[in-house]
Each structure stands twice: as C-alpha cells, then as structure tokens.
Design a protein around this ligand. Structure first.
Ligand code: NAX
Ligand code: ADP
Ligand code: K
Length: 508
C-alpha cells in the first residue's frame, strides 16, 4: 500500500502525485532538477536520509547490512549507512565491486562513509537483522547475475526484513517485471514519484509497503516531462461523479441498455444491469431474446425489460436515443449473431462497453471490430478483456511478450477503444497513450461474474457522461473498493450492493 503522500514543496500545494514516471522519465526529472540549480548530491543526501528513516524502526538492536551497487542507487546506500550509524545502529556496508570504481555523487557519498567497506560476497547476510538493498535501482540495464544474484538469493532465503532503495533490485521500474532475480522487500522507499513497476505485478508484491519521499525535485519538472501513466486515484475522477445540480431528472443520469443472453444465460446481463443501476445510471433496460423474457421478468424489478430478439431486436431497442450507453458481451454467446449485434451497437453511435463474448466473437476478425470502432472516433468505446479475451482479440496484432502496460496501450492505439485490461493490476489505456494503473482490487474479486458487474459500472459512468478513460478508471476503482467493503467470501451479487457505501464515502 502507498501510505505516504508528501507535500510537493515548490508548488506549495499537496498534489495527488499520481503521475508515474518510467526510469527514463525519472532520470530526466533528476537532470531537470539539477539544471534548475538543485545539486545532485543534495538529492542523493535526501534520498539516503529517507531510506535510513524507513530502516531505523526495523533495525532496533540488530546490525544493518547495507548492500551497495556501483551506481547512484549504491550512493543512496552509503548515505543511508551514514545516517543509520549516526543514529546509533551497527552498520555493515558491502559493495558490489571496488570503491575506487565509483563515480560522481556515489563516489562522494562513499568517501563520506567512514566505516569499513566489504566486498559483496558469500557471507551475506551475515549477522544482519535488517538489510538495506541499494544494489541497483533505475539504472538496471540487464538481468541480475553473479555476486548480486547470489546475494539477493541469500537475503530472500533469510526472511530478514529488507528496505529497498527506489525499487527492489532486479525489478524493472518501468514494467514491473523481474530481470533475472529480484529482492523481496518489506518496504521500498522511492523518490519524487512512483514508477509503474511499483504498481504493476509482480513488482507491487516485491516492493512491500511503498513510501514516497520528497527529495527536493520540484513538481514543475513534470511540465516538461509530461508523464502519460498514472496511479488510478479517486482525485482523478471523483469530481465528475456528481452532476453538481439538484434539479435533475432520471434521464440526466443516463439510460443503460444491457444486451442480454439467452434463457440459460441470464445471470451475467442481470449482474451488469444491477451494477449499472447501483453505479448511478438513471435507468437500466435489459434487451432480451424473446424466449428468455420470462426468465428475466421473474428476476428483475427496478431494471426494465424489453424484447431484443436477434440483431433487429437490438436495433429496435436502440431506436430510443435516450438509451445512451450499451453493455454487450456478458454471456452473449460467441459467434456471428453477437458479432452482428456489436456492429449494430457501434453503428448506432452509442457509448459502448464491449466485454467477454463481444470480444471473443471477433477472434478471427479483429480488424473488422477495430474498423467499426475507428469509423467514429467521437463515440466512446471501452473494452474490458481479461487476459484470455485479450489474447484472443489482440494476440495476432500486439506483441504478447511485452509487459501488461505496453500491451494495453498497444491494444488501445490499434483498436481506437479504451482498453481496460483486467487483473490484480487492472490497466486502463486510452488510444492517445495515457494509462492508469489500478491497485485497490482484492484477490477475492477472482469470482464468477465479477467482470459482468464491472462492465455494468463502466456503462453507468459512460451513460452519466464521463469521458471513456475516466469512466473506465473510476469503474475499476469503484469495483475494487466495493469488493473491499464486501470482504472475503464475496460473490458477484454482493458487489452492486456494496457500491452505495463506497459512493457515500466518496461524496463525503
Ligand atoms: N534520478 C533521481 O532523481 C535520483 C536518483 N537516485 C538514485 O539513483 C539511482 C539510479 O542510479 P544509476 O542511474 O546510477 O543506476 P543504478 O545505481 O541503478 O545502477 C547503475 C550501474 O549499475 C550497472 N548495472 C546495471 N545493471 C546491472 C546488472 N544487471 N549487473 C551489473 N551491473 C549493472 C550499470 O552499468 C551502472 O554502473 C536511482 O535508482 C536512485 O536510487 C537518488 O540518488 C536520488 C535522485
Ligand atoms: N487476483 C485478483 N486480484 C484482484 N482482482 C482480480 C483478481 N482476479 C480477478 N480480478 C478482477 O475480477 C474481475 C474478474 O472479471 P472476469 O475475469 O471477466 O470474470 P467473469 O467473467 O467471471 O465476470 C476483474 O475485474 C478482475 O480485474
Ligand atoms: K535497490
């Protein structure tokens, strides 16, 4: 969890600091700060001090092992070692390589450390009770191997608490992927802004508790950097959730149409419909195949029902222009019929949420779907694939070996839709390259039907007029927050019912 949002001094306001910087962007932030007259050595001093502060409470009465690497991450380690020793802790510094080979600020900080420096070797972790991992940070340029890999393995095996500097060594900060082997940290102290790898899996798990330290880089450097990835925080979209006036009509809150499955597959559409209503759509209608009408009718109350037999039935349901957002896909069935209905929905120009079978039905013809979406770029479309559906639709056109953030972005760019790629680290990617990473979803969301609920929430927010990327981001967050409210043991039916208490808290 991220628990430490800091005041951004130069802008003298509390920012949400939800921008995420790649390692290259972070290096640029560093360069711009130095160009503004802030000495690099001061940034490093602040960084190392913050690391020491995070390690101190873990280091009561035990020796601290500080493992330093050959770059500036190691420089931060030397600073932390000095502050920990000054605070009375017994500190052992081990360096990967020779002191004489250190350069720049790291060399300066090593010179300010007046204790011994041991060669990083097989005696890790020795007598240590706590480890500070300052081997590699943003400069990791190849998989970790050799003495560093052996040290990481020994530290991980020891089960000792570890404070990682910037990122756990071996974790790629931009992608969240492990390169070779990675430290499993108890706590990670990073600087200025988080990186995608702090939120993406498996990075998020390897970081433990993430602390963000203000080391004096002014927020204004972001004006030049223009980050395109963000942590999905309520500040981004919460202001858009209320209409801001009292004299509203239910139609002002939008009307969601859910295209329902056949009589043996009604649950998914009902979950999406109920979630849409709970998430604040003014009206929700299920369009049902004729034979399934009695099944739906026996289960729906505030959700309305109408005939939606075949593609003509769906078109007829779309004739009312007030039905301004459509969910299609949950238990819709895979095949030509669903494909035709999706095309009809897109042709009608309504905001659309394409989920599940609506995506899989285009497995053999993804270009047909992308063409239909791209034919009207003004019409908001959100796709909500899980990894399997993503592979089916995008497997032939997106590099599936790329990390999740890169894959979601590529899919959004290619398809023209906002792509919400589900999972523990759900990503919302917009066609223009902007992306949001969600990190509030508990593992008990992995239950049948929870994705249908998510599709309904997205549709409600589209119907209410949120721009598609914000509707998707807000929905992912509300979905996670509702699951947290409901707690372990959650079944999909619980999710819509937990939404009101989440909305109440947001309103307050
Ligand atoms: N960017 C900033 O604003 C700040 C950065 N700071 C620190 O600086 C770090 C980045 O420093 P650097 O760019 O020097 O990078 P690192 O210290 O992460 O590593 C760079 C060095 O490691 C070598 N290296 C990389 N991968 C290797 C591998 N797998 N095996 C063996 N050697 C490898 C490189 O050749 C280079 O010598 C950050 O992670 C952070 O800890 C802080 O001092 C504060 C300010
Ligand atoms: N381990 C997990 N941690 C957090 N969220 C998860 C996890 N597994 C699945 N989810 C979430 O649960 C939902 C499952 O959706 P989906 O796979 O479409 O299920 P279904 O088709 O049964 O509705 C998605 O929102 C996904 O992000
Ligand atoms: K590190």
């Amino acid at each position: 969890m991220i628990n430490d949002w800091k005041r951004d001094g130069r802008r003298s306001r509390v920012t949400e600091v939800n921008e995420l910087l790649t390692t290259a962007e972070m290096a640029e932030a560093d360069r711009l700060a130095i160009a503004l007259g802030i000495p690099g050595i001061e940034l490093m001093e602040n960084a190392g001090r913050a690391v020491a502060a995070a390690a101190l409470p873990l280091a009561r009465g035990t020796e601290v092992l500080v493992m330093c690497g050959p770059g500036n991450n190691g420089g931060d380690g030397f600073v932390a070692a000095r502050h920990l020793a000054a605070a009375g802790r017994k500190v052992r510094v081990m360096l990967l390589g020779e002191v004489g080979r250190l350069r720049g600020d790291a060399a300066v900080m090593a010179a300010r450390w007046d204790g011994d420096v041991h060669l990083l070797g097989p005696d890790v972790p020795g007598a240590a009770g706590v480890v500070v991992d300052a081997l590699f940070g943003a400069g990791l340029s190849k998989p970790v191997d050799g003495a560093a890999a052996a040290a990481i393995e020994a530290v991980n095996r020891s089960g000792l608490p570890v404070v990682a500097v910037d990122v756990p060594t071996g974790l790629d900060g931009s992608s969240g992927q492990v390169r070779g082997i990675a430290v499993r940290a108890t706590r990670t102290v990073t600087f200025f802004r988080l990186k995608p790898g702090h939120l993406l899996m498996p990075g998020r798990d390897l970081c433990g508790e993430v602390r963000l330290a203000d080391i004096g880089i002014p927020g204004s450097v972001l004006d030049d950097i223009r980050p395109s990835a963000f942590a999905n925080r309520r500040e981004i979209w919460a202001g858009r959730l209320c209409l801001g006036r009292r004299d509203i009509h239910k139609y002002d809150r939008g009307h969601v149409l859910v295209v329902g499955g056949d009589q043996w597959n009604t649950g998914a559409a009902r979950l999406a419909a109920r979630a849409a209503l709970r998430a604040g759509a003014g009206l929700v209608t299920v369009a049902s195949p004729t034979a399934a009408l009695p099944v739906y009718a026996s289960h729906l109350t505030s959700v309305m029902l109408r005939d939606g037999e075949g593609v003509e039935g769906v078109k007829a349901a779309l004739a009312d222009p007030r039905r301004n957002a459509v969910v299609i896909g949950p238990a819709a069935g895979v095949g030509d019929a669903t494909r035709d209905k999706v095309c009809a929905v897109l042709a009608a120009g309504r905001s659309a949420v394409l989920d599940a079978d609506a995506l899989t039905s285009f497995e053999a013809s993804p270009e047909q779907l992308f063409g239909a979406i791209l034919s009207d770029r003004a019409r908001p479309v959100v796709m909500t694939p899980h990894e399997g559906e993503f592979r089916r639709l995008f497997g032939s056109v997106v590099d599936m070996d790329a990390d999740k953030l890169a894959r979601a972005r590529a899919a959004a760019r290619l398809s023209g839709a906002v792509v919400l790629l589900k999972g523990t680290d759900t990503i919302v990617a917009a066609p223009d390259g902007k992306a949001w990473i969600n990190d509030n979803a508990p593992e008990w969301l992995a239950t049948a039907g929870s994705g249908d609920v998510l599709a309904g929430i997205v549709a409600a927010l589209l119907a209410r007029g949120l721009p598609a990327p914000l509707a998707a981001a807000a929905a992912a967050w509300l979905h996670g927050a509702a699951a947290l409210r409901a707690g372990p043991g959650l079944i999909a039916e619980d999710l819509p019912e937990a939404i009101p208490s989440v909305l109440r808290e947001l309103r307050n």
